[in-house]
Structures are given as C-alpha cells and as structure tokens.
Design a protein. Structure first.
Length: 191
C-alpha cells in the first residue's frame, strides 16, 4: 500500500510551532511529507522556537525551495493526499483566494483546490478584518478548510504544549489521521 503524501507549508505568520508539530506527527505516522518554507517562515522559526531551520527541514521527506515553481508539487499530475499551511499568513491566504500563484506555496494550494484535494489553512491573525473574512469565505466556498488556531478549553490545557497538541490534533483530524494528542469530548462531565 502506497504511503500517504501530504504537503506542509509554513509561512511567516506567528505560530511556526504548529507547522513543526504537524511535521513531527506526520513523520511519526510514516507519512511522506513535502515541505515548503517561506522566507519569513525561516525568520519566524528562529524568533519563536528553539528549532533551527535545518532541524525543521530534517523533519520532512522532501524540501522544496519556495521560489521553485517547477517543483513536483506545482503540478496536478503529482498526486498528493492533501496540503496544510500552518500557520498561514493573510498575505498567503489572499494570494490563494485570488488565484495569484506567485510562489510555490500559493501554487501548490491552487493545485489542491483545482484537483479537489484537501487543503487546510491555519490562518493566524487577530482581529480579522472584513477583507480577511471575505477571502476566507471565498476559500471556504471552494472547499478549503479554514482552521484558525482557537484554543479548546474543554481539554483544560495547562501548558502551551497542550494547546499546540490540541491544535495539531484538530489538523490531523481534518486530514484523516488517527492520533492521541488530546482527550476527546465525551459529553458533559458530572459535577
């Protein structure tokens, strides 16, 4: 049986750890991953995490330069099982919403949409403007899953790691992967 193949992109929005945790979990699940880091993602990784860019790249099966529009993942004939952009900057989200494939991240997302493959965007901005919301609506109307990094307080997270694991688990749920990253809701607890 052929292993699953997922594209992971990390943009320069705050929250690079989300993309990193997705890569770690997909590696644990033995999923073939294709990684694209934007220039600003590299800066954000250095500013927000204890990971080096090289360590993040080593988590992926294949790494593609962000400006390589001839990469395998830029074509619909290269089969993938989906794509996740975590975090997704508003710049990248707007480019995808408008079909403006100016780099490999926006091109691969455009391919996912046109090929009707699962595309998950983790938009990281607050508050949201009407422009952001209109772009999100346009993408949602085209089958894109928008998964803002909203905390699920029912799990009673007590660390940033617990919050990141919950969000990573929600992304894995949408991509169709089993995991044990957070406790599932089972109903109203007894008092």
């Amino acid at each position: 049986m052929k292993p699953k193949r997922i594209i992971v992109a990390i943009t320069g929005a705050s929250g690079a750890i989300l993309g990193i945790r997705i890569l770690e979990e997909l590696r644990r699940l033995e999923v073939e991953t294709h990684l694209v880091l934007s220039q600003w993602a590299e800066r954000t990784i250095r500013m927000e995490t204890d990971y080096t860019v090289e360590q993040v790249r080593s988590l992926a099966g294949v790494c593609h330069p962000v400006d390589d529009l001839a990469a395998s993942i830029s074509s619909g004939s290269f089969h993938t099982d989906g794509m996740v952009i975590a975090p997704c900057s508003m710049k990248t989200l707007a480019a995808i919403a408008c079909g403006f494939s100016y780099n490999l991240i926006s091109r691969a997302a455009d391919v996912a949409i046109k090929e009707k493959r699962r595309l998950v965007l983790v938009p990281r901005e607050t508050p949201l403007s009407s422009i952001h919301l209109q772009n999100m609506l346009a993408l949602s109307n085209n089958g894109v899953v928008l998964l803002p990094p909203c905390v699920g307080f029912y799990t009673r997270p007590d660390t940033v790691e617990a919050i990141v694991n919950h969000l990573t688990g929600k992304i894995l749920d949408v991509l169709g992967f089993e995991h044990q990253l957070f406790p599932r809701w089972t109903g109203t607890p007894e008092k």
